[in-house]
Design a protein around this ligand. Structure first.
Ligand code: SF4
Length: 215
């Protein structure tokens, strides 16, 4: 989620084919999956869930065009990072360049991968929305699937609402409690943006909304 966006001078807002349309990236957080990890949020999502915590990242508009191999190098620039989380926005709408990112990352060193999607896993398999979805799914250890449903937000776990499933596509992260652990967030200021990293609970969301409204 981003609560304030300041246009960055000199940023290329075009997204040529093969590049990722990135909303934001951050290195070395501990709130969106196990261990120390890096996160990439994509720009653009087809779902428009009511109460989405990242409304700035729903429009399909050019944000930051990033080469997948360079993104992998950036995300793993901290040697202590052991995992990558992809979120958004909707990662599956940029499946092919994100699969290339993860393939490049695994060539740097083995990492675990968590991906959030508003699609259901079965639908992705049967009716992939874009080219590259199967290739991306092959790289994922845990898929958190389904749209955010505000009334099912139970303030628990590393997911927005209880309808979202934690699908363990490999056994790599079997020991980690995605469903019930207490929520926590990190605030970071980077590139002129205030980033909220993690899944905020309801009370915090309301407080943040009030701060943004006052601004
Ligand atoms: S799927 Fe996620 S990013 Fe997309 S609108 Fe829903 S909550 Fe927001």
């Amino acid at each position: 989620m981003i609560i304030k966006e300041i246009p960055l001078p000199g940023v290329d807002v075009s997204t040529p084919q093969g590049l990722i349309n990135v909303a934001a990236m951050t290195v070395g957080t501990t709130v969106l999956g196990p261990g120390k990890r890096s996160v990439l949020w994509v720009q653009g999502c087809p779902f428009h869930c009511a109460g989405c915590i990242a409304p700035d990242w729903i429009p399909f508009r050019p944000a930051n065009a990033v080469n997948p191999v360079e993104a992998a190098g950036y995300l793993l620039s901290d040697p202590e990072v052991t995992g990558i989380t992809l979120s958004g926005g909707e990662p599956m709408m940029q499946a092919l360049p994100l699969a290339r990112l993860l393939e490049a990352a695994q060539r740097i060193r083995p990492v675990n991968v968590v991906v959030y999607t508003g699609f259901r896993y079965e639908d992705l398999h049967k009716h992939p929305p874009v080219v590259g979805v199967h290739r991306l799914l092959e790289m994922v250890d845990v898929l958190i699937d389904g749209p955010f449903i505000q009334k099912l937000n139970d303030n628990k776990g590393v997911r927005g609402s209880s309808n979202q499933r934690i699908l363990r596509l490999t056994n790599k992260l079997d020991g980690f409690d995605f469903e019930d652990q207490p929520r926590s967030i990190e605030l970071r200021v980077q590139n002129g943006q205030i980033l909220i990293i993690g899944v905020p609970d309801n009370h915090l969301l309301q407080t943040l909304d009030q701060i943004v409204d006052r601004k």
